[in-house]
Design a protein around this ligand. Structure first.
Ligand code: AHR
Length: 693
């Protein structure tokens, strides 16, 4: 690391050069007047290190009185310095792969938090479509009374379309006409996005006391009152029934401040439930929002850890993610209270999660409820736990079973006869918080039952267990930037004798609502450690994934991807992860980074099939880093390489909903002089140098 040098001037001036940590970042600080830098031989000290004071200089106890002596001084100084702090260098043994890179290293983790689904990736535009959320209160529904019409709206606890949906929105219109209609409106999730020339698909359940009643449905702009689209659904009766409709926009501008409005034009009472409106969805899956899915697709994620997180556990056992209540028609889904302080529509149910995986070619990492909830309620191993174990086995059958099986048939009935691929089952979430000590026994009971029925499944534990060895252990890290820098080396000396590691949640918690450059630098440093050790760490996923950036939507910051009703953006860390995923490689290559200081990180991988070498350099310092790179055993190296850089002027640089591309990767071609070359990496930068060997 270098060492301390004392340099003194005799006439009362004292300089002190520190060749310790600071020096390893190419600083040598001298406090006395300096001009005319002496020439410094290549390969030694490169930073300003100049002095021309006529004052005699004390060095290691010796005295120099003459200007000419300075060169002798430097000559003597440079030798020890060049030993103490070498020039930053990266030596790569290209023909020496150390371990295989896990092909599943980068994936996604998801749960309902920060309006990740409702008001997020789940494309539904109407908020609180199940009436009676929030213990009977009417949330997000307001009366509409145009002209001299009169209307009262309320939650009717006595009637609803099904046992799962026992309540409804009662609209009692006492006066209305064609010119003065009355009804109800919904403002969506902090707005409803309207786009030009778009077809929206809607539905609702309703009954009325006025047979044949027509309902007018429109999308209207809050600021201008402009009607972007309008349609009429006729034929309501006294029986609960589902109605479908479409709304088509013309050449309207794209806006987010719109309401969906349902009105009638005469006195009558109507009961509604499950009023819904969808825009076009990703690959027409009927489920997911296109812009957000495109951001995810660009990450090439290999898996989706679902459905949580705390969302799996619920605040209590009753509020767990009870998968059987999230399948089938919406009218049979009762919805449930999420631990993140709002009610989930459960539109994003088990089948929708699987469709999401299918859309993005990800494998599901299916977390099953394991008998522990956030209020520390737990189910003891043994007979009491058996129903939960059976629920997990049924869940696996719903996902993977043929249509001959009970739950495979159920999946086919729900519209997806083909089974989904499944390799990983996670038992619970963060069960180290279960202070009863029951996890060991609970895990073992799940493990044995699942292995017996599905011997090929890999089973993930969420806390260390001793009674059985899990295939994989899920570890979570929420860190400051400083901690992430340290954690970049966490797995370097980790024993390889236990289970494989899944870093199922991790993030540097700096920046809001999405991680800034400082966080992304630390995140990147952390990921270099996972890559170098991906024989052990086989999967990793940042968390949380999503945030609706409306301040009242947030429970947890920062989050990887932000959005409002109309648009979305990737955070700086998102772009870093796109880069790491784009240039993953198949084998880790032996690489030694020296003299670059503690805030520079690397991982080097190669792609054996196409002879690509990926050199990742994270420069988390405020200075440019020239690094001498030598490629050993590379054979011929092409004379050009691609350098992708993600950087910003300050660590606070960030992307936001208003400035979504302030910090994005920039690609350029650089020349490579041969197997030994120098490349300079910008301050605060994350880089991938791709070259062909
Ligand atoms: O990612 C947010 C929360 O952090 C997750 O729900 C939980 O697993 C962890 O504690």
């Amino acid at each position: 690391m270098g060492r301390l040098l004392d340099l003194s001037l005799d006439k009362g001036l004292t300089g002190r050069g520190i060749a310790g940590d600071a020096f390893s970042e190419s600083h040598l600080l001298l406090d006395f007047p300096c001009t005319n830098p002496p020439a410094i031989p290549d390969g030694t000290v490169r930073k300003p290190f100049t002095l021309s004071s006529p004052a005699p200089l004390l060095y290691h106890g010796g005295v120099m009185n003459k200007r000419s002596s300075y060169f002798a001084f430097f000559a003597s100084l440079l030798l020890p310095l060049s030993v103490a702090a070498q020039e930053p260098s990266l030596s790569i043994q290209v023909n020496h792969p150390t371990v295989h890179v896990s092909p599943t290293l980068y994936g996604l983790m998801t749960e309902e938090i920060n309006h990740s689904y409702d008001g997020g990736v789940y494309a539904e535009l109407v908020s609180d479509r199940s009436i009676g959320f929030g213990f009977g209160a009417l949330t997000n529904w307001d009366m509409v009374a145009r002209g001299d019409s009169a209307v009262d709206i309320s939650v009717d606890e006595s009637t609803g379309p099904s046992t799962a949906q026992p309540r409804s929105l009662k609209i009692a219109v006492t006066a209305a006409s064609q010119s003065s209609p009355a009804g109800v409106e919904n403002g969506g999730y902090w707005g409803i996005a309207v786009r030009p020339n778009t077809t929206y698909t809607g539905s609702f359940w309703a009954k009325t006391d006025s047979d044949g009643l027509p309902v007018t449905i429109s999308l209207e702009n809050d600021a201008t009152g402009a009607v972007a689209a309008k349609t009429i659904v006729s034929g309501l009766t006294g029986e609960w029934k589902e109605y479908k409709y479409t709304l088509k926009t013309g050449d309207t501008p794209a806006t987010e401040n719109n309401h969906l409005i349902l009105t009638i034009s005469g006195p009558a009472t109507v009961w509604f439930d499950l009023i819904s409106l969808f825009p076009p969805t990703y690959q027409n899956d009927g489920v997911t929002r296109i812009d957000i899915m495109k951001l995810l697709a660009a990450m090439h994620p290999k898996f989706l850890r679902l459905p949580g997180g705390n969302y799996l556990e619920g605040n209590s056992i009753a509020q767990r993610f009870n998968w059987k209540e999230t399948i089938g028609p919406w009218v049979d889904r009762p919805t449930h209270e999420s631990p993140w302080r709002y009610r989930s529509s459960d539109g994003m149910g088990l089948l929708e999660f699987m469709q999401w995986c299918q859309d993005l070619h990800m494998q599901p990492v299916l977390a099953v409820y394991a008998g522990y909830s956030l209020n520390h309620q737990h189910v003891n191993p043994g007979p009491d736990l058996q129903p939960y174990v059976q629920d997990a086995l049924d869940e696996i059958q719903y996902v993977t079973g043929s249509t001959d099986t009970q739950w495979g048939a159920e999946r086919a009935k729900d519209g997806h006869p083909a089974p989904f691929p499944l390799k990983y089952i996670e038992v619970g979430n963060e069960d180290e918080f279960d202070r009863s000590g029951s996890y060991d026994g609970r895990f073992a009971q799940f493990y044995h039952a699942i292995k017996q029925a599905y011997p090929d499944l890999q089973i993930i534990a969420t806390a260390p267990v001793t009674s059985v060895t899990p295939d994989v252990l899920d570890e979570h890290y929420y860190m400051s930037a400083e901690e992430a820098y340290t954690m970049a080396h966490h797995y370097d000396d980790h024993p390889r004798t236990g289970p494989k590691i899944f870093v199922g949640e991790w993030a540097t918690r700096e920046g809001t609502p999405t991680p800034n450059l400082q966080a992304a630098l630390a995140d990147a440093a952390f990921l270099t450690g996972l890559e170098r050790n991906s024989d052990l760490v086989i999967m990793s996923s940042y968390a949380p994934l999503f945030i609706n950036v409306n301040p009242t939507a947030a429970q947890w910051v920062p989050d990887l991807i932000g959005y409002n009703a109309l648009s979305s953006y990737g955070s700086v860390s998102y772009w870093m992860q796109v880069m790491f995923s784009d240039y993953l490689g198949t084998e880790v290559v032996d690489a030694n980074l020296a003299g670059a200081g503690p805030r520079v990180f690397t991982s080097v991988t190669r792609n054996a099939t196409d002879h690509k070498l990926y050199i990742k350099i994270v420069n988390a310092t405020s200075e440019s880093k020239p690094i001498r790179i030598s490629l050993r055993g590379a054979g011929n190296v092409t004379h050009t390489a691609t350098l992708v850089t993600l950087s910003g002027k300050t660590p606070n640089a960030t992307n936001s909903i208003d400035d979504p591309r302030a910090v994005v990767p920039v690609k350029r071609t650089v020349s490579i002089s041969g197997p030994k070359f120098e490349e300079t990496f910008a301050p605060y930068s994350i880089n991938v140098l791709e070259l062909t060997y």
